[in-house]
Structures are given as structure tokens and as C-alpha cells.
Design a protein around this ligand. Structure first.
Ligand code: ADP
Ligand code: ASP
Ligand code: MG
Length: 416
């Protein structure tokens, strides 16, 4: 019998009616002759609300307690989904991440999966149960509850599909698949039939929240193919898989946008070994995640170092850097929030040149200033003013001919 792992996101289980709709889809899959493991997220808005409550009682809540709090959102959704399946005549049981055998490290709120022992899931499947797993959580070897970072239910589903050696892994969400750009920003964005792990990894890592980047990383590492598709419509989605030679024929697969970034530039630092290490070890020790780093060519023994972080960390980073500027021999620290990162991604870039020039010309014609640039083998990313970000995304999307030729049905159509 085929084994299918499905994941339903927060919007897909956002109301009791939607949970009943999900229960129906799960039962339909079973009726087609499959065993089903369904991973669910917390109902839409619940994780944000739990976080808000946590910060309302303690400005910096203890992470262990945050994990216990946040994990309840998915547990509630899993129990409700199991109830709905049973109400429709099926036989379902819900499991917490711990019961599902998901073992993690001790890094509360951003734990990594260390191991999965899905013994209980195997036994329940053998007894013809539909197994509903609370996403986004696991437990340490000491039995402490952990969560897997925002969007972590994607990771639960991919990891379970890998551990159970599932025949199919389906990620059901509120859009029809992975698009050439967020369809909420670019209306004529096109749904992709397929995408390579590396491309989705770059897109997810640069703001396309359709999949958690850690989940894509895991899928690539363990070769778990998965389909991102609509929870509301019966249409094929986007298959994510290892690249094939024909995929390189497409120059740009997609564009992503990462808002709420901040840029820091340390001007006139001494150009000598150890300076960059000093800056970034202090920043790293404060658990601030640094994205782009650009160092200028040295002039008269001094150089400028710029980097970007999430804007929520700006004050924290300033507090760390201001006292050490003298030690670095730096002239000043300039900071700017309200910037965004725009990335174009495609494995076709490996074999085609001129993408950067075309992107920069397009932005230049539109009067959009590029503040920083970084590249990888399959990505070019620029930092621009956040106010220009959506316009820039639409222009670049059109420049590379990514839009649909004909107007098609809305990508974000809700449940009928
Ligand atoms: P879920 O709750 O199902 O996990 P998310 O909200 O995490 O769903 O992710 C789906 C959202 O990702 C979509 O509603 C869409 O706005 C956004 N998104 C961003 N970039 C893309 C893209 N390239 N393709 C599809 N969706 C995207
Ligand atoms: N509920 C969690 C979040 O909002 C995990 C998820 O939805 O995947 O981030
Ligand atoms: Mg998500």
C-alpha cells in the first residue's frame, strides 16, 4: 500500500470548516488506497498570538517555556483534525511531535532534528489508523519539548516522509504551488511545474516563505521529493526534486523579496587580519544572524565593511559595535533600516551570462538605487530601499519574462 505524508499549513486549518475540509481530503486519500500521515500547523494566527502572550507576560521569555507554549498550537490543530476525521467515519489518532518520535537537539525555539524513531507511527499505520502529527515540534533526549523554528511544520513533514520512506510527500498550502514570485506581490506570477532543491533553497532563504528553508535543506540532503499544492483546489502543484539537465535551460526560475532588513556600514576600519573576525564574532556571540557581507577594496590601509541583518536586531547590533569602533580604528558606523533584499534565482545562471547586467540596467532605468550586491552560483541579490521593493520585484519579473501570457485564475483563491 502506498504511504502518503501530507502537510496542511495554518490557513488550510484556519477555521473549523477548513479543518473539516482537510479531514475530507485526508479520507479521500485513504479511499484511494493509501496509508496517510498528516502533519498539521497551528490554526492561522495562533502561533503569533501565543508569542504575543508570551512577550506580554515577560519581555524576554525563557525559551524552554516558549517552546512548551508554542507547541500547543499544533497540538490543538492535530487533535481537532483527528476529531474531524473520526466524525466523518474515519479512524484517526493525533500524536505530538515527541510521540511521533521526533528527537531534536536542545536549541530551544530553533531546534534541529537529530533523529526520528517512528515506531509508534508504523504500529498505528499497520492497525489502519490515519496518523495526524502536530508539526513544528520535537523533544530532546531528556524529554524536553522543542520547536523547529518558524514555518517548522514543513520540516516535520519532510523529515517524516524521509524517515518513513513515504511514496509521496505533499505540502498543502494557501497558494497553488511555488510561483515565479510571491503571487501576492506580482499578480501575474506563474506557478512552476517543477523546481530544483537548490533553487527553492535559495528562494526560501531569501524571503519566499512558501517553504521553510531548513525543510528544503533536509529534503535535498535526504532526497525527499515533495509537491507544494493547494489545500483548497484539486490542481497539480509544484514538484521539488533533484535538478535535471533540462532545468538549466530556464535562465531565471524565480524572484524573492526579503523585507525588514537593516544595513550597517563600518567606515574606515584598519585593513589588517583579524578585524572582520572581531566584528563578526561579537555579532555572532549575540546570536544575530548576518546575511550579506561586503568589504570594499582597501585605500590607504583602511576599508569599509557593510553587512545586513534583520531590522529587529539593529539596536542590538549598534549596542555591540559602538564601544569597539575605536579598537577597530573605525571612523564611523552608519546604519539604515527600511531596506529590502531582492534576489533572482535560477540554475540556468550557471551556464548563461549577463543576468546581473540585465537586472542592474532594469533597476537603473527605474531609478532604483542598488546599495549592496551579493551573488552565488545561482543567485544575484541586491539591497534596495524597502519602499521600492515591490515595484522592483514586478519590474524584474517582467524583465525576465516570468509572467503568465494569459490572465489565469487567482493564485490565492480561498476555500470555496
Ligand atoms: P502555510 O501556512 O501553508 O505554511 P505560508 O504562509 O507559510 O503557508 O506560505 C505560503 C505563502 O507563501 C503564500 O500565501 C505566499 O504569499 C507566500 N509566498 C512567498 N513567495 C512565494 C512563491 N514564490 N510562491 C508561492 N508562494 C509564495
Ligand atoms: N505554527 C508555526 C509557525 O507559525 C509553524 C508552521 O506554521 O509551520 O511558524
Ligand atoms: Mg509555512
Amino acid at each position: 500500500m502506498r504511504l502518503v505524508v501530507q502537510k496542511y499549513g495554518g490557513t488550510s486549518v484556519g477555521t473549523p470548516e477548513r479543518i473539516c475540509h482537510v479531514a475530507q481530503r485526508i479520507l479521500e486519500t485513504q479511499r484511494q488506497g493509501c496509508r496517510v500521515v498528516a502533519v498539521v500547523s497551528a490554526m492561522a494566527g495562533v502561533t503569533d498570538e501565543l508569542l504575543r502572550l508570551g512577550h506580554a507576560v515577560a519581555p524576554q521569555p525563557i525559551k524552554r517555556e516558549l517552546d512548551i507554549l508554542l507547541s500547543t498550537g499544533e497540538q490543538a490543530a492535530a487533535a481537532l483534525t483527528a476529531m474531524a476525521v473520526n466524525e466523518l467515519g474515519g479512524t484517526a489518532i493525533s500524536l505530538t511531535g515527541a510521540q511521533a518520535g521526533i528527537l531534536t537537539d536542545r536549541n530551544h525555539t530553533r531546534a534541529r532534528i537529530a533523529n526520528i524513531s517512528p515506531k509508534q507511527i508504523h504500529e498505528l499505520l499497520a492497525d489502519d489508523y490515519i496518523v495526524i502529527v502536530a508539526g513544528f515540534q520535537g523533544q530532546t533526549s531528556e524529554g524536553e519539548t522543542t520547536t523547529l523554528g518558524r514555518g517548522g511544520s514543513d520540516l516535520t513533514a519532510i523529515a517524516l516522509a524521509g524517515a518513513l520512506n513515504a511514496d509521496t510527500c505533499q505540502i498543502f498550502t494557501d497558494v497553488d504551488g511555488v510561483f515565479t514570485c510571491d503571487p501576492r506581490i506580482v499578480k501575474d506570477a506563474e506557478k512552476l511545474g517543477e523546481i530544483a532543491y537548490d533553487e527553492l533553497l535559495e528562494m526560501a532563504g531569501s524571503g519566499a516563505k512558501v517553504m521553510q528553508s531548513r525543510a528544503v535543506e533536509f529534503a535535498k540532503k535526504f532526497g525527499v521529493e515533495f509537491e507544494v499544492r493547494s489545500a483548497f483546489k484539486q490542481v497539480a502543484g509544484t514538484l521539488t526534486k533533484e535538478e535535471t539537465p533540462s532545468m538549466e535551460d530556464i535562465l531565471i526560475r524565480g524572484i524573492s523579496l526579503d523585507r525588514h532588513q537593516a544595513k550597517l556600514s563600518i567606515a574606515g576600519v584598519r585593513d589588517k587580519p583579524g578585524i572582520a573576525a572581531r566584528i563578526f564574532s561579537d555579532i555572532g556571540a549575540a546570536h544575530i544572524i548576518v546575511d550579506m557581507i561586503v568589504q570594499n577594496a582597501s585605500i590607504d590601509g583602511t576599508t569599509d565593511i557593510s553587512f545586513t541583518i534583520h531590522e529587529d536586531e539593529l539596536e542590538n547590533a549598534r549596542t555591540i559595535l559602538m564601544p569597539v569602533l575605536g579598537e577597530l580604528g573605525a571612523k564611523r558606523l552608519n546604519t539604515a533600516s527600511g531596506v529590502a533584499k531582492l534576489s533572482v534565482v535560477g540554475i540556468g545562471m550557471r551556464s548563461h551570462s549577463g543576468v546581473a547586467a540585465r537586472m542592474f540596467e532594469c533597476l537603473g532605468r527605474a531609478g532604483i538605487n542598488i546599495q549592496l550586491v551579493s551573488t552565488s552560483e545561482i543567485k544575484i541579490a541586491v539591497i534596495i530601499d524597502e519602499k521600492e521593493a515591490e515595484r522592483a520585484a514586478r519590474l524584474i519579473h517582467a524583465e525576465f519574462g516570468l509572467g503568465r501570457l494569459l490572465p489565469a485564475a487567482s493564485a490565492t483563491q480561498p476555500l470555496a
